[in-house]
Design a protein around this ligand. Sequence first.
Ligand code: NAD
Length: 256
Amino acid sequence: MENASFDPNFSLSGRIALVTGAARGIGAAIADLFAAKGACVVLSDRSPAVQERQASLRDAGHQAFSVTADLTVGEELDAMVNEVHREHGRIDLLVNSAGVVHLEEAENLSESAWDQTMEINLKAVFRLSQAVGRIMIAQGGGKIINLASQAGLVALDRHLAYCASKAAVIAVTRSLALEWGKYNLQVNSISPTVILTELGQKAWAGEVGERMKEKIPAGRFGRPEEVAAAAVYLASDAANLITGENLVIDGGYTVQ
Ligand SMILES: NC(=O)c1ccc[n+]([C@@H]2O[C@H](COP(=O)([O-])OP(=O)(O)OC[C@H]3O[C@@H](n4cnc5c(N)ncnc54)[C@H](O)[C@@H]3O)[C@@H](O)[C@H]2O)c1
């Protein structure tokens, strides 16, 4: 492409990217593709398995670091952001992928399951976006990508707290986009349908998943790599004018 003000191959070369929930699933796929696109990736997770992901990225010749932190613990979250900033001098990209799901009928959902869901799916997104957002504002810009869900747009059976948390993530994304556009800081969310990661398996393995699939016009679930491809686009300069958007990757599930 001639005269493009961005790399048509969506290079992320030279970017420092912090990806949460990167030990497995969608976060791991995003970290892999960001690294393949030239970013220096910092993989974050509460699981020590994140160190193996870092090692395999390094073995493949990529720049990768890892940090373990439980993002529901404020001190651990702050220490992680400070460490990444101190080590790398800047943070260009933040991907909030760490999340959980608690499945329960609404009438039986416990307060603690509600709180646990909100602590990681919503509050950690706010806390991290704020801490990293301050760094991005000071350095002249950056991009934040939040993993929301189709559950933020439509109701799913036995997903009350999850649906509420993801609808709120979409609202947080829009609010941050509104306030931080002037700082050259773009904030977007991605809303996938079912992806058969560990989290996806928990909710959609077996018969319930087959019934769900029948309702998806595309007739299938998504793959982590398909979510990662969208994240690369949103992280690249090609998406510099896109902010406050919620990119739905659902094979048409929510158009009905
Ligand atoms: N899998 C799906 O069907 C699907 C669909 C739509 C949206 N999403 C969203 O995508 C994101 C990633 O989901 P996934 O399918 O990869 O899940 P996953 O369970 O495979 O991975 C989630 C990761 O987050 C980490 N994590 C959880 N709580 C944490 C905490 N307190 N501190 C630090 N790390 C923590 C886990 O250790 C894990 O490595 C989530 O926000 C999820 O809600 C998933």
